[in-house]
Design a protein around this ligand. Structure first.
Ligand code: TXA
Ligand code: MG
Length: 311
């Protein structure tokens, strides 16, 4: 049985204790619910892969309570400081070189010499992290390849019985995963997400590099990911008879991501609406979404949801 903890002092304490004991705890963050485990404990981290049914050992993001905790594990840089000053706590993950004697399980890094770190902008996540005082590895708390969870119910639909607890704090405000920026060489956009590329470039004062084509540095870059079990058809002007419609702006539908065409609101509704439409077991037609601001992350996730399934 998976405990559903309320996000009060008791629940936060309990979550921190469970994490320290090596259990898996799903935590609310501002982006999506994460499936947390002690990043130093290989048995605990191995259980993340088992619970999600993740096919291979893809590297995980380590969540920290503050910059000081991040600096225990990675070689910090001026660019990292600039981006952290502007966007932490927040939906930005930084990939940096690992320090010697970092103590992080090699299952977290999948053997890489780099580590992805993020300080989430969520009072409950931050309270658990500081209470536990440990680095917490956490991928999105969904079965591998399925729609990411933005409520505790989404988490339990996929993982009930497979994890120790879920700390329920209602819906996640941002609704899409963090933006991942590689700071190994030139700052590189590894995954679009909750912080818009334009905002990062304003702070950096130069464009972000696109990742090298054909290198899969993030499983989120696999063609089929974030996928509902239903077929998804993009850039639809209207639904066909057998379809349900996910609308945006003036193009209405069975559900609308944002009637006013607000991309921030659309991101926060994206996964919940996909979960709901998926329950109809009908193919899903999706209205066009502009590719600016958070639209870039939304279109990235939709493109993967629509890609042919690989089993
Ligand atoms: O918003 C988020 O980022 C959520 C919440 C829970 O924080 N987490 C999340 O984790 O989306 P996950 O596992 O679904 O995606 C992590 C991504 C993967 O695509 C992985 O390949 C990439 O981060 N990643 C992790 N470590 C990396 C590294 N050292 N170099 C490049 N990419 C890395
Ligand atoms: Mg994920």
């Amino acid at each position: 049985m998976t405990d559903r903890l309320t996000s009060d002092t008791f629940g936060i304490d309990r979550a921190a204790t469970l994490l320290r004991e090596g259990a898996l705890v799903a935590l609310p963050t501002e982006t999506v619910y994460g499936l947390g485990a002690d990043a130093r404990n290989s048995d605990a981290v191995a259980n993340i892969y088992a619970a999600k049914g993740r096919p291979s050992f893809n590297p995980l993001i380590v969540h920290v309570s503050d910059i000081e905790m991040a600096r225990r594990f990675v070689v910090w840089s001026d660019t990292a400081q600039t981006l952290a000053d502007a966007f932490w706590p927040g939906a930005l993950t930084l990939v940096l070189p690992l320090k010697p004697d970092h103590g992080i399980s090699s299952l977290v890094t999948a053997g890489l010499t780099t580590l992805a770190v993020r300080m989430p902008d969520h009072p409950v996540a931050l309270a658990v992290l500081s209470r536990a005082g440990i680095p917490v590895a956490a991928p999105s708390a969904n079965l591998s390849g399925r729609i990411s969870p933005t409520t505790a119910n989404h988490v339990l639909n996929g993982l009930d019985g497979k994890i120790g607890a879920v700390l329920d704090n209602g819906p996640c405000p941002v609704g899409v995963e963090s933006t991942i920026v590689g700071l190994i060489e030139t700052p590189t956009l590894l995954r679009p997400g909750g912080v818009a590329q334009e905002d990062l470039e304003t702070v950096l004062k130069h464009p972000l590099q696109a990742p090298e084509p054909d290198t899969i540095t993030a499983p989120g870059q696999l063609a089929s990911h974030y996928a509902p079990t239903a077929q998804v058809r993009l850039n639809a002007a209207q639904a066909e008879d057998h379809e349900v419609m996910l609308g945006f702006g003036e193009i209405g539908g069975d559900l609308n991501l944002s009637e006013t065409g607000n991309l921030i609101e659309a991101a926060s509704n994206l996964f919940d609406h996909l979960h709901k439409l998926n329950e109809t077991q009908k193919p899903i037609a999706v209205a066009p979404i502009p590719n600016t601001g958070l639209g870039q992350a939304i279109n990235d996730r939709l493109k993967r949801a629509a890609a042919p399934k690989n089993g």
